[in-house]
Write a protein that binds this ligand. Sequence first.
Ligand code: FAD
Length: 317
Amino acid sequence: MTVIEKINRAKRPLFTFELLPPLKGHSIERVYRTIESLLEFEPAYINFTSHRNEVQYIESPDGTLEKRFSRVRPGTIALSAAVKYKYNITVVPHLLCGGFTREETENALIEMNFLGIEDVFALRGDPPKGSRSFIPERGGNENAKALVEQISATGRGEYINGHVDSSSPSKFCIGVAGYPEKHFEAPNMEIDLLNLKSKVDAGAHYIATQMFFDNAAFFRFRDNCRKIGIDVPIIPGIKPISALNDIRLLPQTFHIDLPADLYNAVAKCKTDEEAREVGIEWTTMQTKELIKEGVPGIHYYTLGRSDNVARIVKASF
Ligand code: FAD
């Protein structure tokens, strides 16, 4: 069943989470362990992030540095398929514009179709590290809307080199990203929302949001989406604070605000364990309120750690 089918049939809010593929050369077992620790809460689906190639500088024996491009976390599609068949669960691989040509994207969609994967999360991707602006690959999609258009066209049998009357069209349920506190590059919220609407108009079936720590920001965002005619389901994405450093790193990395109460509570902590406890308490409070307000599901950013998410879900769903 696809994500949108699950949302439409659900009698209670869905519990879902996101995982990263292992670092290159590392085992899939850690991913399995994380999934198994959350299976008892019946996740509706699992997202797998995608990571573009990054520049790495490798030191040669003579001390010179060689510049190499490499993907540090490859394998999103294969990992998704392995999990789908091991646990009989819906999986949602992320597909990026950044670092991929349209041809490579088309091939990825064909592979996913052969593997029986019916869901995809369409993203532009961030600018590469050290670069201020996003530049698409030559022959690649320039933003998530263009990627959604390509995925939708492929589902109608419209491939890059022409139409194919297909007995097995690569039709996908498509998710896209929304930003309750605005995407950092958008000049204002209004324009960001119109861009979001253009992704939905291009064929996206639902929206999952960037993490936020103040539910009021999500409710405002949801109301503003409805006002401009975005009528697809909107799944809030949340993350428990799990280390002292998060109060510095999360706003920097994800361009989000931390409410003063949360910031002050973590700032008073002496250890990561204490900060994790504050994070669990805060995210449990967020979860309970979101469920009360009738969200279709809640998506947790685990970043590979599951014990805190397990405690939150146990206490709130
Ligand atoms: P877009 O929707 O293309 O928007 C990017 C910017 O361009 C926005 O400011 C938007 O307002 C603007 N824009 C869009 N269309 C137009 C237009 N037609 N004209 C002018 N401006 C326009 N990153 C990864 O690398 N891998 C992942 O797996 C990953 N997963 C994510 C999951 C979620 C739920 C979220 C919220 C983010 C994720 N990201 C991931 C991060 C994401 O790639 C970045 O936030 C990226 O900067 C924007 O991606 P997007 O798909 O939202 O871009």
